[in-house]
Design a protein around this ligand. Structure first.
Ligand SMILES: [Mn+2]
Length: 271
């Protein structure tokens, strides 16, 4: 089992600092935040050299925070064709960056609040069109794209995520399951993993059941037993990807992350 980190934990730091802190906390792999202004040719080169020096693997290009925080400027399901085209181009850039860093995965989210969508059918049509083009480009580079379910957004429940992945029927499109998000949508962690046919990646975090606050694994309303059931299902499914920890707003990040790596290993060994 390999344990990685979504470097969104260190969002406010420079990319180099994010990697150094991730190494210090004891992770083997990192999700690279896909901020175009950071991933310039020079920026990429420095980041790649540093990753090699630290012995860290790039396991994912993460567009979650850039898409969610773009204020509608980047959105695969936007009614505005210009925005969709710009976002598809951005995802294609992410595919190139994935190749550069030697990972075969990019993850995306659907940032639009479900309540703001006038016609869900239209939004899904646009999402499919954008993903088909992005995935077609990714396919030629040997890269897979995964969608993460986000409570309150267009793709909210994991069961809905699995439904649209089946309906879209795109070869290199799969799922990213976030166990904390399952706690908010009240979906069973074990059953969800078992019912996910194309599972590409997983995130670990906890919360209060109402807000997506990404607290440490032992802080929140989701019992550790439920996280253990999630892990048990991953083992039964022979999931062989990274176990990625995704925490926010930590007071003492290194200490807390080390503690969470220990907790996750303990859960894994007991599951
Ligand atoms: Mn997540």
């Amino acid at each position: 089992m390999k344990i990685g980190i979504n470097t969104v934990t260190f969002m406010k730091e420079r990319p180099e600092k994010r990697f150094e802190l991730s190494r210090e906390a004891g992770f083997e792999g990192v999700e690279i935040l896909a901020y175009p202004e950071e991933l310039t040719p020079e920026g990429r080169s420095e980041m790649k050299t540093l990753l090699r020096r630290l012995g860290l693997e790039a396991m994912m290009i993460a567009t979650g925070p850039p898409l969610a925080l773009s204020g509608g400027k980047l959105c695969l399901e936007s009614p505005d064709k210009n925005i969709r085209d710009r976002t598809v181009q951005y995802i294609k850039d992410c595919v190139d960056w994935a190749g550069y860093f030697g990972t075969d995965k990019v993850y995306v989210v659907t940032p639009t609040s479900k309540g703001d969508i006038a016609d869900i059918g239209n939004a899904l049509g646009w999402l499919r069109e954008s993903l088909a083009e992005s995935c077609d480009y990714a396919k030629s580079a040997g890269v897979k794209i995964c969608i993460e379910h986000s409570p309150g957004r267009l793709v909210d429940e994991a069961s809905y995520l699995n439904k649209i992945i089946k309906e879209f029927n795109i070869g290199n499109l799969g799922a990213l399951l976030d166990v904390g998000h399952l706690n908010m949508t009240k979906e069973d962690a074990y059953e969800t993993v078992m019912k996910t046919d194309k599972l590409y990646h997983v995130h670990f975090d906890n919360n209060d059941g109402k807000n997506d606050i990404h607290t440490p694994l032992d802080v929140g309303t989701m019992p550790m037993g439920e996280i253990a059931r999630f892990v048990k299902a991953l083992k039964e499914k022979r999931y062989d990807g990274y176990y990625s920890i995704e925490l926010l707003n930590l007071q003492d990040p290194i200490k807390t992350l080390k503690e969470n790596i220990r907790i996750l290993r303990e859960i894994y060994e007991g599951a």
